[in-house]
Design a protein around this ligand. Sequence first.
Ligand SMILES: O=P(O)(O)O[C@H]1O[C@H](CO)[C@@H](O)[C@H]1O
Ligand SMILES: O=c1cc[nH]c(=O)[nH]1
Length: 285
Amino acid sequence: MATIPESELIINPNGTVYHLNLLPEHISDTIITVGDPERVAKVSQYFDEIEVQVVKREFVTHTGYYKGKRLTVISTGMGTDNIDILMNELDALVNIDFRSRAVNEEKIKLNIVRIGTSGSLQEDVPLGSHLASHTSVGLDTLMEFYPLEQSSEEQSITGKLQQELGLGFRPYCVGGSQHLLQKIAFDMVPGNTLTCPGFYAPQGRVLRGGLRNANLLQTYNSFRHDGYRLTNFEMETAGYYSMGRILGHEMLSLNAIVANRMTHRFAENAEEVIDSLIRKVLDRI
Ligand SMILES: O=P(O)(O)O[C@H]1O[C@H](CO)[C@@H](O)[C@H]1O
Ligand SMILES: O=c1cc[nH]c(=O)[nH]1
């Protein structure tokens, strides 16, 4: 049986996985993820009971029960580099035997729902809306390192976007879980989410650092491929969708639209928009 060396799957002296600091029994197979560590308690405040609370770096985990269902909520911090860590370590917790360091024959499929904030790229995606990412396009380079399989349709979207943006690498495009979209996001705004490797220049924001491509935001806004358009941006979704496809987990990213870059407005009630999304997800998950 092939075993994974201790330098690759790092297990802490107390038996927990390296960054998440969790044991396999600490997590449910139904997981809500958030970027902001302080948002974890904003989800678990609705639990009837919290049985696990663990903190390490930006990864804060609470596991408990909501209306009798065992749920885990974990924060990730920002960016797809953290999603690489989160998804590999969650998968290791359920699909690798920590004693033998061998991959289990029978695989467990996790259901993971991201509740995050996001900026709108289209005037008709309003502030305060709840947008479900049907697909996501990654402008980060995480998938330059994994053997991600993509359909010809996904490849033609990313090829065209690469050309329009003049990028030296090819972006990647992946869809979310159809099952979770139908179960949780049936009445939300459907969207295609652009995952950016930063909040400022990669999202066309200029403070003092400048912008290499002055037309960046306009290019995102007007990009079209057979009716496909980009609706919003944030910093994690494409990482989740691609790692979910590679590792075999159901993944859905939901976005509270707190900024509209076309109308130059930021939501005054951002916390309420996030809270109502949290309550919707808890009742449907
Ligand atoms: O609100 P969260 O979940 O952190 O998501 C969005 O907000 C952060 C930027 O402010 C990025 O992580 C982006 O993806
Ligand atoms: O505009 C925004 C708002 C939230 N998160 C982002 O990444 N961008």
